[in-house]
Design a protein around this ligand. Structure first.
Ligand code: FAD
Length: 347
């Protein structure tokens, strides 16, 4: 079969891929978006249903068309899925689903993209594959000996299935805190964190985080010293459910256990039996398809020059984390990096 050709191939049809599509369409560049998912929404249909955004809808908008307001404060994941589905329809973005990209290799005059539905040749590739397909499970002594149920945040759906059980939640970030908050309301919950969780002040939500990201982007663009991201402030956004758990006295983090055992976890000589362990230990960038280009550094990221991979300037990276652009892994922040990426392609 002859390879298909296009100017820009976007890999991933989540919020980052759609933001890229918006600017590519506006610049009238020929492009196609390839997405491995069977339907719209990127990672959002895979989150647990009670997950809410940490800011109101107007602080979670993609370029061009804002997210419709949600009647009750911070929107749930289903509202984001609906928004992304309508966004891609509104701008008639050319998305092929499901198409999984297996590899990107360097060709003489473009990049060669191998997929489950044939080969593509493109002048530029924008990789926007997110992190949710790559949950991170840290290795701990005894993990294989443990006989209870182990799951990652990506597999968590709702607290009800754990009623009457003792659940160990591992991880001191937002997802760990939110899962502890809703589990501890109905069942016995232990929370183990690598370092003490750092709570943001109650009045800091996505709006403040976005303002900080904007200030940082402006400083970096104008060659000023990096004022730092949000990490100087803390990690955990005090969404209403987390605040409620704190007020109930249910946010009681413990240091990490020394080992897992057959029936639970051991701190020093004290063993605590648990029925299930939920690993809320984060994600890694989904970059397997870029392996042939050999661009990854030891920390799993790729060295960037602006929005491009420093050692393969025909490859742009979008989303993933702040290393591709300030706020690039958020709904509101990704638009800026997408615009810069398309501007550098168009020249
Ligand atoms: P994704 O949404 O993951 O989309 C990537 C797409 O690429 C998917 O459709 C996937 O199927 C596809 N794909 C993957 N690999 C391939 C491949 N090889 N070939 C083809 N397609 C592929 N952000 C906010 O702005 N506000 C919030 O309140 C917020 N809350 C969050 C809460 C949690 C618990 C987490 C974990 C994140 C939250 N985020 C929030 C962060 C962020 O918005 C998401 O991580 C977002 O999903 C990133 O979008 P993306 O388009 O980069 O990737």
């Amino acid at each position: 079969m002859e390879p298909s050709t296009t100017g820009v191939l976007v890999i991933g049809g989540g919020q980052a891929g759609l933001a890229a599509g918006y600017y590519l369409r506006r610049a009238q560049v020929p492009f196609v978006i390839l997405d491995a998912s069977t339907g719209p929404g990127g990672a959002w249909p895979r989150t647990w249903p009670s997950l809410r955004l940490f800011s109101p809808a107007d602080y979670a908008r993609l370029p061009g068309w804002p997210m419709p307001p949600w009647h009750d404060g911070f929107p749930p994941a289903s509202h984001v899925v609906d928004y992304l589905a309508r966004y891609e329809e509104r701008y008639q973005l050319p998305i092929e689903r499901p198409t999984y990209v297996r590899s990107v290799t360097a060709g003489a005059d473009g990049l060669i993209v191998g997929t489950t539905r044939g080969e593509w040749h493109a002048q530029h590739v924008i990789s926007a594959t997110g992190t949710w397909t790559h949950p991170f499970w840290p290795a701990y002594p005894g993990a294989r000996a443990y006989r209870g149920r182990q799951l990652h945040t990506v597999h968590y759906r709702a607290p009800d299935e754990f009623t009457g059980q003792h659940v160990l939640v591992v991880g001191g970030g937002n997802s760990g805190a939110q899962i502890v908050a809703e589990l501890s309301a109905i069942t016995r919950t232990t929370w183990a964190t690598h370092r003490p969780p750092r709570y943001l002040p109650d009045d800091v939500d996505g709006r403040v985080l976005f303002q900080l990201a904007t200030r940082r982007a402006i400083a970096l663009e104008s060659g000023q010293p990096d004022p730092g991201g949000i990490s100087g402030l803390g990690d955990i956004v005090m969404v209403p459910e987390v605040r409620a758990a704190r007020d109930r006295g249910d946010l009681r983090p413990q240091p990490m256990f020394d080992a897992l055992t057959r029936d639970g976890a051991r701190w020093g000589t004290t063993e605590t039996p648990v029925d299930a362990i939920i690993w809320s230990t984060g994600f890694r960038p989904a970059l397997d398809h870029l392996r042939p280009l050999r661009l990854r550094e030891h920390d799993g990221t790729i060295t960037m020059t602006g929005t491009r991979a420093a050692r393969e300037p025909r490859l742009h990276l979008l989303g993933y984390g702040d290393w591709t652009g300030p706020g690039s892994a958020t709904i509101l922040g990704v638009g800026r990096t997408a615009r810069a990426s398309v501007a550098s392609i168009v020249g």
